[in-house]
Write a protein that binds this ligand. Structure first.
Ligand SMILES: [Zn+2]
Ligand SMILES: [Zn+2]
Length: 361
């Protein structure tokens, strides 16, 4: 099968690999759509400064490359069943499915209370295990979720990020509280999904969004944002504080290097006793003004991946057409053009880029 293999930052290659073999509990999925996630990009992007680049170069020379197929936002058809799945398991050949990518032990304290995203022995499809930037992928049958007929494969590929967005909203504990104003920093996939969840699942009055691209902010307004600010053109903290002096909760959905700035914005704009949720992956050390966190009694929570239950709930919300997934997909590529797809995704002028391994586009 054709697959995109990742070796190290900046090094991927399109290869012909044997079709993966199944363990008795597995199913083989013919991948129809697989989204590129911000976390894939963090892996691909070479470090920004020279010292880190050199360190990486040395490490690459000393260690074996980590050869893995990336891609965890997967949907497709079930094509083959493992021996133990053939009888009893509620899955059939030809089922349209998406997957929960974290393969966990099921036995530890976290797994038992439903926070399997914290399982110490968790292995993720598309990270430690081969993922969906390939024609086929193998996952345990317990990790598949059936796609309702009204959801397309590309929408199916967005159920995993929607699960993560729902997990972030739940971790911030605002579903049960009455909140009036929320700020979302970053109008990428995560920000736009959280926006829609706040609109459908809470009674929040104002959702303010920021980004550095106008087209993302326009989409945010179409999807229900009260007001948007382009951080390239205005001082976001000042503008928000002036127009919305009492922000209950801030979602930081930028992550990476830019979080140095957005986290300070979050601390600035949130009201005393307000909440900040860290959603974007933090890949660099960030110095925070903890004095202000302390004097304002700010609560900082974080959200990492999602639980199985949250992803299943996300699937239900999408099937009820409460959340719009399609407008988030800005670029579509066949597997053969995945380099171009990554380049597009790295540029930031895209929102969700989806790969179609079985289509020649
Ligand atoms: Zn992801
Ligand atoms: Zn566990």
């Amino acid at each position: 099968m054709k697959a995109c293999v990742y070796y190290r930052p900046g090094k991927i290659s399109l290869e012909d690999l044997p079709k993966p073999e199944l363990n008795p509990e597995d199913v083989l999925i013919r991948v129809e759509a697989c989204g590129i996630c911000g976390s894939d990009l963090h892996l691909l992007r070479p470090p920004s400064n020279t010292v880190k680049r050199l360190k990486l170069l040395v490490r690459n020379m000393l260690t074996k490359p980590h050869k893995v197929i990336l891609g965890h936002e997967i949907s497709g058809y079930v094509e083959e069943l493992g021996e133990k799945v053939k009888t009893g398991a509620p899955v059939n050949i030809g089922d349209r499915v998406t997957i929960y990518p974290n393969i966990t032990c099921g036995l530890c304290d976290f797994c038992r209370i439903g926070y399997e995203n914290m399982c110490a022995s968790s292995k993720a499809v598309g990270r430690e295990l081969h993922g969906g930037f390939a024609e086929y992928v193998v996952v345990p049958h317990k990790n598949i979720m059936k796609l309702p007929t009204n959801l397309s494969f590309e929408e199916g590929a967005l159920i995993e990020p929607l699960g993560c967005a729902l997990h972030a909203v739940k971790n911030t504990n605002i579903l049960s509280e009455k909140i009036k104003t929320s700020v979302i920093l970053g109008a990428g996939t995560m920000g736009l999904l959280i926006l829609q969840l706040l609109r459908t699942e809470t009674e929040v009055e104002n959702v303010v969004m920021t980004d550095i691209y106008d087209f993302k902010l326009r989409l945010a307004e179409e999807l229900g944002a009260t007001m948007t600010f382009n951080a390239r053109h205005v001082n976001v903290s000042e503008e928000i504080k002036r127009k919305f002096p009492s922000v209950d909760a801030v979602f930081e959905c930028v992550g990476g290097h830019a979080a140095i700035e957005t986290l300070h914005q979050a601390i600035r704009v949130v009201k005393p006793r307000g909440k900040i949720c860290l959603v974007g992956a933090l890949t660099t050390a960030v110095r925070l003004r903890l004095g202000e966190v302390h004097s304002k009694e700010i609560t900082i929570v974080s959200s990492y991946a999602s639980t199985y239950k949250d992803q299943l709930e996300a699937l239900t919300l999408a099937a009820k057409r409460k959340i719009q997934l399609k407008p988030l997909i800005t670029h579509r590529f066949p597997l053969a053009r995945i380099r171009e797809a990554f380049r597009e995704a790295l540029k930031g002028t895209s929102i969700k880029v989806v790969i179609y391994p079985h289509q020649a586009m």
